[in-house]
Design a binder for this molecule. Structure first.
Ligand SMILES: C[S@@+](CC[C@H](N)C(=O)[O-])C[C@H]1O[C@@H](n2cnc3c(N)ncnc32)[C@H](O)[C@@H]1O
Length: 273
């Protein structure tokens, strides 16, 4: 039986390609899982040898679909409703509500939204505050598979582990063994496929009052974090806020945005043009 463990050299070649295109940095400690996923994909794609598969991905213009399928297998899509909820409440109270009170129409973007629990949680909080119809919510991710799940609005029980019961009762149907988000909540989120490294595509996306980019920067190296945060700050309107994950402090990057703690949640304010 052949071994399905990549050589360190092939592991580095494939990781280099993936990091170049997606920013995601894979550690050698994960070589076994990484190898198993690569072998599963290369067999489906009809290759015998991982080096041929690498050449195909690297040099063949027809490899885009296969590359996307490999990314789908390798990215970590972990998410759940009301994750790090203090930030979601700060987005509502410190970004959305003041703008709505001034008669403006806030735009919110969940970058790297995975299977959609994050933008849908925001929509539920805004529906509860009676302002959902005054806000535009855009959500994006690089993974086609995650977006397909997000668009379906259907989840498993683990997604509900931090979901307050009242929110669940109001906006999530858990009858008949299926967990489905209410259509009026789902209809408020506009889903897009976007790579955070693609600055020009993001520029065409318009500007936002609040951007969430949580639990994805941890997979990037420092140079990529700087690059992505630069792109995101360019997509923020003056007075807009960027929210990153609790373990993803941007302090050491010396960024131009101002870090603020409001109601127990950190965010980065774009104070000037
Ligand atoms: C762990 S999930 C985070 C989901 C959600 N933000 C949360 O905090 O619950 C990380 C997501 O980042 C996405 N991702 C990784 N690299 C990306 C890139 N270059 N552009 C856009 N999304 C990316 C993955 O597909 C995955 O869905």
């Amino acid at each position: 039986m052949r071994s399905n463990l990549l050589s360190m050299q092939l592991f580095r070649l494939l990781c280099g390609l993936l990091e170049e295109k997606t920013g995601v940095n894979y550690h050698a400690s994960g070589i076994e899982t990484f190898s198993a996923k690569v072998y599963a994909r290369l067999e489906v794609a009809g290759f015998d040898a991982p080096l041929d598969y690498y050449y195909f991905l690297r040099y063949d213009a027809a490899s885009t679909d296969e590359f996307d399928a490999l990314v789908d297998e390798l990215v970590v899509n972990e998410s759940y409703f009301f994750r790090e909820v203090d930030q979601l409440k700060s987005l509502r109270d410190d970004v959305v509500l003041p703008l709505v009170e001034r008669g403006e129409r806030p735009r919110i973007w969940c970058a790297a939204a995975s299977t959609g629990e994050e933008p849908l949680s925001i929509a539920m909080l805004l529906a509860d505050a009676g302002v959902l119809s005054h806000v535009d919510i855009v959500a994006s991710d690089i993974s086609r598979k995650a977006l397909a799940r997000a668009r379906s609005g259907e989840y498993n029980i683990f997604s509900l582990r931090a979901c307050p019961l009242d929110m669940q009762q109001r906006y999530i149907d858990v009858t008949a063994g299926r967990i489905v988000v209410a259509p009026e909540i789902r209809a408020k989120v506009e889903w897009h496929r976007h790579n955070l490294l693609d600055a020009s595509a993001i520029a065409s996306f318009g500007t936002f009052d609040g951007i969430l980019c949580r639990n994805v920067l941890i997979y990037f190296n420092d140079a990529t974090v700087r690059r992505v945060v630069g792109t995101l700050s360019g997509a923020l309107r003056t007075g807009g806020r960027l929210f990153v994950g609790a373990t993803e402090s941007l302090f050491r990057f010396g960024i131009l945005m101002r870090a603020e703690e409001k109601n127990g949640a950190f965010s980065y304010l774009r104070a000037h043009e």
